[in-house]
Design a protein around this ligand. Structure first.
Ligand SMILES: Cc1ncc(COP(=O)(O)O)c(C=O)c1O
Length: 383
């Protein structure tokens, strides 16, 4: 059987990873400033992660959600402690889209409404409800069009107020930092207004922290820069450092009911052990603080590069906007200089999403290789 060919592939085959690096079949080293799409939070092959997952695998890898599972409880407890959301409740699932799907469902259960407000350039996943609130009609099938959605400009509190005032909105969903859209940070004042307006009009505020959460922004959650208290927070990506695990943090005002939500694999023992290992490393190695410090250093050091028109982001979620499409530059970085970077829906943007435990030496290597690639590219272009 052949694979269903939905992914454009680089002609490259990483087979091993260690820290901030991955290695291909020939043993060539690549600096990973993409983290397999913001997934690698504590670095490849972290020894604590390997030990915890291996120990759990030897004990019990899986049992269904019909029994008591202490690893889930331990995970929820530590997540509450590190995120500062200890009074929320946790529903565990398997992917970012599934987390948003459940959050949207919870919102609609809560207030009985159907309409959702999302924002231009938003990405929330590819399952039925999540893809409908994603600002990309090309990935929505007719069967996905199940409820009304309005896309508003990010940071436009006036438009949000006008739309919410109609009283029919179940939820407002917004990324802590827009990722795939090209690294756009919502204004703190806008998030504060969004919270106030949602409360006033009975809508549920969902913060999608799937990419921006788990320390990536330099706070545990990016929305914490705005000091708000969302109704629902969705997490995935960095949560398992590559092991599929996701969740919804649910404000205590939501009443749980047996059978309301559910999943076969969500919250299984092995996934929770991976999730716990990630949190333990984030705590022990102070990775939220490290992401803030290293991100600040990187953004400062990138400023003098004249080809970069704009630098956006927080912590280690950084977008570099150029005046031209960056596909050739990213390819050159990968194949000539051994650096993985990310793209965005805007072709002029390079996204940086390294592990949260990079140090000055990885940052210097990245800057050195980027400068070389830009010099080479300029020389090539002027030939
Ligand atoms: C902000 C955001 N939400 C949701 C998703 C969907 O997550 P998944 O691919 O795990 O379904 C992504 C994935 O890139 C994302 O960046």
């Amino acid at each position: 059987m052949e694979l269903f060919d939905v992914y454009p592939l680089y002609d490259l085959k990483p087979v091993r990873g260690q820290g901030a690096y991955v290695y291909d079949e020939q043993g060539r080293e690549y600096l990973d400033f993409y983290g397999g799409h913001a997934v690698i939070s504590i670095g490849h092959g972290h020894p604590h992660y390997l030990n915890r997952v291996t120990d759990q695998l030897q004990q019990l890898a899986f049992y269904s959600n019909s029994i008591h599972n202490d690893v889930q409880k331990e995970l929820a407890h530590l997540l509450g402690e590190l995120s500062g959301c200890g009074d929320y409740h946790l529903f565990l699932c398997n992917s970012g889209a599934e987390a948003n799907e459940n959050a949207l469902k919870l919102a609609s259960f809560f207030n009985g409404k159907r309409k959702v407000i999302a924002f231009r350039k938003a990405f929330h996943g590819r399952t039925s409800a999540a893809v409908l609130v994603t600002d990309n009609p090309a990935i929505q099938a007719p069967i996905n069009k199940g409820f009304p959605v309005e896309f508003l400009p990010l940071n436009d509190a006036g438009a949000l107020q006008a739309s919410l005032a109609q009283g029919d909105v179940a939820a407002v969903i917004v990324e802590g930092i827009q990722g795939i859209g090209g690294i756009y940070v919502p204004d703190a004042a806008f998030l504060q207004q969004a919270q106030r307006l949602c409360r006033e009009h009975g809508a549920v505020l969902i913060l999608d922290e799937i990419q921006s959460g788990y320390g990536r922004s330099g706070r545990f959650f990016a929305y914490q820069y705005a000091g708000i208290e969302p109704d629902l927070i969705t997490v995935a990506k960095g949560m398992g450092n590559g092991f599929p695990i996701a969740g919804v943090l649910i404000h205590p005002k939501f009443q749980a009911k047996h059978g309301m939500l559910g999943t076969t694999f969500g919250g299984n023992h092995l996934a929770c052990a991976a999730g716990l290992a990630v949190l333990e490393v984030i705590q022990k190695e102070n990775l939220v603080e490290n992401a803030r410090r290293m991100g600040g250093m990187l953004m400062e050091a990138l400023k003098p590069i004249s080809e970069i028109r704009e630098i956006r982001g927080q912590g280690l979620m950084i977008g570099l906007e150029f005046d031209y499409p960056t596909a050739a530059l990213r390819k050159q970085l990968l194949f000539e200089y051994g650096v993985f970077t990310g793209s965005a829906s805007n072709p002029n943007i390079v996204r940086l999403l390294p592990a949260l435990n990079i140090g000055p030496s990885e940052a210097d290597q990245f800057l050195d290789r980027l400068n070389k690639a830009l010099q080479h590219q300029n020389a090539y272009q002027t030939l």
